[in-house]
Write a protein that binds this ligand. Structure first.
Ligand code: 6PG
Length: 256
């Protein structure tokens, strides 16, 4: 059994949301304090909807300020489809969260993929890496970018970002962003942050919701077994990995 992630379990997304908000708020405030900006990477799947539940709720007090004007949002992984396509993680985030941000909460800077490069996923990945270099190079002296927070999903097979179990990409360490053309989860063509970039984040949180995650969470906790989610947790030296779930969990976990 590997390093245990911190697990916070909730009976529903509604009850998870306020704690997720507090967690993100702390990461936001720490990022702003460090460098006046909050650099966050997000995944697709069910996450954008859960994020909206957490972030668009009314503030609970004067210190509870989500300031989107300080947010710089990147994609932890993205599908090689147009930005308006129903499979696009950007489109999903836009519909679920970005379009719903009230004026008073500020406007985030968002970095979608360059949709003119969809025919060449290697170029798509290279250009996204260039964008990261341009953004992070001024700040991190720069072997790897240091996201203030990565908000990730956890697939039913244990994948996270577009890093899939047993895939050779898990061993790649040279680039920050990789193309993948054989994703087992459709669509097959995508780009993804590399494992070292993910584990280098200041804070990393998996948000796993719904009963469909029960078996895989059990596997992650009990065996790890080289699963990408477990590899992220093992490699994350800079801070604990939060694993948020709507499951009642009976294993050895610390509940928040
Ligand atoms: C993607 C996602 C992917 C997702 C997981 C979990 O683009 O496919 O980024 O990595 O986070 O598959 O998805 P769910 O939250 O929908 O289970």
């Amino acid at each position: 059994m590997g390093k245990q992630p911190n697990l916070f379990a909730f009976p529903s997304v509604d009850l998870l949301a306020p704690t997720l908000r507090t967690y993100i708020l702390h990461a936001q405030n720490a990022g702003i304090q460090r460098h006046e900006i909050f650099k966050v990477a997000v995944s697709g799947g069910s996450l954008p909807k859960t994020l909206a539940a957490a972030l668009l709720a009314p503030a609970s007090g004067p210190d509870d300020v989500i300031d989107f004007s300080k947010w710089e949002i990147f994609f932890a992984d993205e599908r090689a489809v147009p930005l308006t396509h129903e499979d696009s993680n950007y489109a999903l985030l836009k519909t679920e969260l970005l379009d719903k941000i009230p004026a008073g909460m500020g406007t985030p800077t968002v970095h979608p993929i360059n949709a003119e490069l969809l025919d060449d996923v290697q170029e798509l990945a290279d250009q996204y890496e260039k964008l990261l270099v341009a953004s992070f190079a001024q700040r991190d002296s720069v072997k790897l970018p240091i996201f203030d927070l990565l908000l990730l999903g956890c697939g039913p097979d244990g994948h996270t970002c577009s890093l899939f179990p047993g895939h050779p990409l898990l061993r790649e360490t040279d680039a920050w962003v990789y193309p993948i053309e054989d994703s087992p989860k459709p669509p097959p063509k995508r780009i993804t942050l590399s494992l070292p970039v993910v584990t280098h984040g200041v804070k990393i949180a998996f948000v796993a919701t719904g009963g469909g995650k029960k078996e895989i969470l059990k596997k992650i906790f009990e065996e790890g077994a080289g699963l990408p989610c477990a590899l992220v947790n093992e490699g994350a030296g800079r801070g604990a990995v939060g694993l948020w779930t709507t499951l009642r969990w009976r294993g050895s976990v610390s509940l928040g």
